[in-house]
Design a protein around this ligand. Structure first.
Ligand code: TZP
Ligand code: MG
Length: 210
């Protein structure tokens, strides 16, 4: 259990989203630019390949003291001694994750529709992902586009740290933080950038202005 939640800029990285450089280089540049939490999210790879990528990524992140979160796969997360896992409605529920990984540091849970907010699964999470704040081509199988009003709404009913995801960029960063998010999570704003360090730095600067 992580308390308080100190992270402000969260890179969600997938190898194929990294358009201009190897994903490990993108991650390192992003951290240099101001990313303070990283999630490895690989949907199409085998567990073996996922695990290998996770080990490689963790080795880099450890040098910068930046924690690694693993998307969906508890087995990989435990094997690489990650900081935690992030799950959604189709994954192993947070209460079961806690049973299987007693000393987990950080458990993230995506909130995709209103009723999820009032469940024991949400209660079990260390932070909630507001998923998505804005509709994004990076993930199309989404349910609710929360918008800024959704961020305000979720903020008004929970004290949990809120991570905003979905088309987060320099232009909307301040507004989303002002609406009540603690942290912004990004894929393409950094992974698709020709200069991931600069992209991260610009986002971080916007967040810090609030
Ligand atoms: N979950 C909700 S939206 C999303 C995920 C993983 C993708 C966000 O990608 P981008 O490119 O930052 O909009
Ligand atoms: Mg998932």
């Amino acid at each position: 259990m992580i308390n308080p939640f100190p992270y402000k800029l969260y890179l969600v990285i997938t190898e194929e989203a990294c358009l201009h450089d190897h994903f490990l280089k993108v991650a390192e540049q992003a951290v240099k630019g101001g990313v303070d939490l990283v999630q490895l999210r690989e949907k199409e790879t085998s567990t073996t390949a996922f695990q290998q990528k996770a080990f490689q990524l963790k080795e880099i992140l450890d040098r910068y003291n930046v924690p690694l979160i693993i998307n969906d796969n508890l087995e990989v997360a435990k094997k690489v001694e990650a900081f935690g896992v992030h799950v959604g409605r189709s994954d192993l529920p947070p209460t079961q994750i806690l049973q299987k990984w007693k000393n987990i540091n950080c458990l993230g849970y995506s909130i995709e529709y209103e009723n999820q907010l009032y469940t024991k699964e949400t209660e079990a999470a260390d932070y909630l992902g507001i998923s998505p704040v804005f509709k994004t081509p990076t993930k199309t199988d989404t349910i609710t586009e929360w918008g800024l009003s959704g961020v305000r709404h979720i903020r008004s009913i929970t004290q949990k740290p809120l991570v905003a995801i979905g088309l987060m960029k320099v232009e909307n960063a301040q507004k989303v933080i002002k609406a009540g998010a603690n942290c912004l999570a990004v894929v393409s704003a950094i992974c698709a950038s020709k200069n991931p360090a600069k992209a991260a730095e610009q986002l971080r600067n916007e967040i810090e202005k609030v």
